[in-house]
Design a protein around this ligand. Structure first.
Ligand code: NDP
Length: 428
C-alpha cells in the first residue's frame, strides 16, 4: 500500500500533482523538471522508431486513481485525447476498491502464428501428414528463433484448421496451420513472423500445396485476460435510485449490449477508451489489442458486449470482462520510448501477466462507469463538464479564465464554441 492516497488530485496544478507523487513515494524522480523531461522523446530515438520523421505528436498523460487489483494498489497511466475517460475510470475504481477491488485470471501467454496453404490436393492426407510432423514443425520454428527457447519459451504445439471454399464470398478452401508459441515477456510479433516464415517452405513441400503466407494472428485466443468485480447493491445507490434499482438497470443495459451490435459497438468503444489509453501509455501496440478484442467480441458470430453484468445469489452486482491481451513488457518501443519506460516503473515494473491484469481491470472499470452513468445521471452530465473546459481552451481562454469560461458555459443552453468565445469576450 502506498503512503499517500493522492487526495483531491484533480484539484491540483500539474506541478502540485507531480509533487504529490514524489511525496507519496510513487516516483523516484529528483525534481518536477526532471519528471517532465522523462517524457521527452529525443529526435535520435523518434527518427529510428518510424520512417520519414518530421516531429513528435504529443498527447496528455493522466493518472487514474484508486485501482486495487488482486490486492495491489496501482496508479494507472493513460495517454488519451478524450476528456472524462480518466475521471470515469477513477470514479469506478473508487467504488470497486470499497467492494474489495478487482480479481483477475490470466491464461497462458501463448501467441498464434498462421501458415495458410491453398490448392490442397487431398485434404485428409495433408492434415494427417502435418499432424504427424508436429515435432519437426516445432523444431523448425524453434531453430528459427533459438533465443526465445533459451529463455524458456518457444513453439509448443500446432493446430490444423480446414476452411471450406465459400462460393458466396468467392474464397477457395484453405488449410491453415496454427503454431502456438510461448513468447514470455514479449508480444512476440517478430519472433512469430520469423517462425511462421521458416515453417512455410517445409509445409509447402510436404503437402505440394501453395503457401499464401506465414504470419502472426492478432486474434490471440490463447492469451486471454479476465477481470471480475463484485459490488454490494447498497454501494450503487444514486440520486434517489435504490442500489438494487441501479444494479438491475446496469444488468438490463448490459443485456441490451449483448443482444444488439449497434449498442455493443459503443459499449465496447467505452471499454477501449481505458484499455487503448493504457496500452498506448505502456508502449504497446494499440491496433493489435483493438483488432483482437473486437474479433473476440464477435466470436459467437455476432458482435456483442465484451462485459457481462449479472446478479450474485447474495444480491451483489457481478461484473466480468474477458479479452485477448497479447501485450509485452519488452520489445517494440517499450524499452526505447522514455515515456513507456516511465509508465512501466510507475506501475511497479509488472511482468506481462500482471500488466494484462491491470489492463483488463481498467476496461471493466470503464464499462462500469459508463453503464452506471447511462442508467442514472445520463452520460452527458459528466462529459459536458469536461467538454466545457475543452471549448473554453478552444475559444482562447488561458489560466484562470479556463475554469471561469467553463463554469459560465455550463449554465448556457447551447454549449458551443461560439458561446464560449462570447463569454470570454465578456470576461475580458
Ligand atoms: P521485439 O522483436 O522488438 O522484441 C522481442 C524480443 O525481445 C524477443 O524476440 C527477445 O529477443 C527479446 N526479449 C528480451 N527479454 C525477453 C523476455 N523476457 N521474453 C521474451 N522476449 C525477450 O518485439 P515483438 O516481437 O514482441 O514485437 C512487438 C512489436 O512488433 C510491436 O512494436 C508491434 O507493433 C510490432 N508488430 C506487430 C505486428 C502485428 O501486431 N500484427 C506485426 C509486426 C510487428 P532475444 O531473445 O533474441 O533477445
Amino acid at each position: 500500500m502506498k503512503k499517500n492516497r493522492l487526495d483531491k488530485f484533480y484539484n491540483k496544478t500539474i506541478d502540485q500533482r507531480i509533487e504529490a507523487l514524489m511525496n507519496g513515494d510513487y516516483l523516484e524522480t529528483q525534481s518536477i523538471d526532471s519528471f517532465k523531461q522523462a517524457f521527452v522523446l529525443p529526435e535520435e530515438i523518434s527518427n529510428h522508431m518510424i520512417e520519414n520523421v518530421v516531429g513528435t505528436y504529443q498527447l496528455p498523460l493522466g493518472l487514474a486513481l484508486h485501482f486495487l487489483i488482486d490486492g495491489e494498489d496501482y496508479l494507472i497511466p493513460m495517454a488519451t485525447e478524450e476528456p472524462s475517460v480518466i475521471a470515469a475510470a477513477s470514479f469506478a475504481a473508487k467504488t470497486i476498491r470499497l467492494a474489495g477491488g478487482f480479481t483477475t485470471d490470466i491464461s497462458n501467454r501463448t501467441m498464434i502464428g498462421q501458415i495458410a496453404l491453398k490448392n490442397i490436393k487431398n485434404k485428409d492426407d495433408a492434415i494427417q501428414a502435418i499432424s504427424e510432423a508436429e515435432a519437426e514443425i516445432i523444431s523448425i520454428a524453434n531453430n528459427a528463433h533459438p533465443s526465445i527457447v533459451k529463455r524458456g519459451g518457444g513453439a509448443r504445439s500446432i493446430n490444423v484448421r480446414w476452411l471450406e471454399a465459400d462460393a458466396e464470398h468467392g474464397t477457395p478452401a484453405f488449410l491453415v496451420i496454427h503454431l502456438h508459441v510461448e513468447t514470455l515477456e514479449a508480444m512476440g510479433a517478430n519472433m512469430i513472423n520469423t517462425m511462421a516464415e521458416a515453417v512455410k517452405p517445409f509445409l509447402e513441400e510436404m503437402t505440394e500445396a501453395n503457401a499464401v503466407m506465414g504470419i502472426l494472428s492478432n486474434y490471440a485466443t490463447e492469451c486471454l485476460a479476465t477481470a471480475r468485480c463484485k459490488i454490494p447493491a447498497t454501494m450503487l445507490e444514486r440520486r434517489g435510485m435504490s442500489g438494487t434499482d441501479v444494479r438491475d438497470k446496469i444488468i438490463e443495459a448490459n443485456q441490451f449490449a449483448i443482444a444488439d451490435p449497434y449498442r455493443a459497438t459503443t459499449n465496447n468503444k467505452g471499454i477501449m477508451n481505458g484499455i487503448s489509453a493504457l496500452v498506448l501509455a505502456t508502449g504497446n501496440d494499440t491496433r493489435a489489442i483493438e483488432a483482437g478484442t473486437h474479433a473476440y467480441a464477435a466470436r459467437s458470430g455476432q458482435y456483442r458486449s465484451l462485459t457481462k453484468w449479472s446478479q450474485a445469489e447474495d444480491g451483489d452486482l457481478i461484473g466480468e470482462l474477458t479479452i485477448p491481451l497479447p501485450i509485452g513488457t519488452v520489445g517494440g518501443s517499450i524499452n526505447i520510448h522514455p515515456g513507456a519506460k516511465f509508465t512501466h516503473k510507475l506501475l511497479g515494473s509488472p511482468d506481462a501477466k500482471q500488466l494484462e491484469s491491470i489492463i483488463v481491470s481498467v476496461g471493466l472499470a470503464q464499462n462500469f462507469a459508463a453503464t452506471r452513468a447511462l442508467v442514472t445521471d445520463g452520460i452527458q452530465k459528466g462529459h459536458m463538464a469536461l467538454q466545457a473546459k475543452s471549448l473554453a481552451i478552444n475559444a482562447g481562454a488561458t489560466g484562470d479564465d479556463i475554469q471561469k469560461v467553463a463554469r459560465l458555459l455550463r449554465k448556457e443552453k447551447h454549449m458551443n464554441l461560439q458561446t464560449a468565445k462570447t463569454i470570454l469576450q465578456t470576461l475580458r
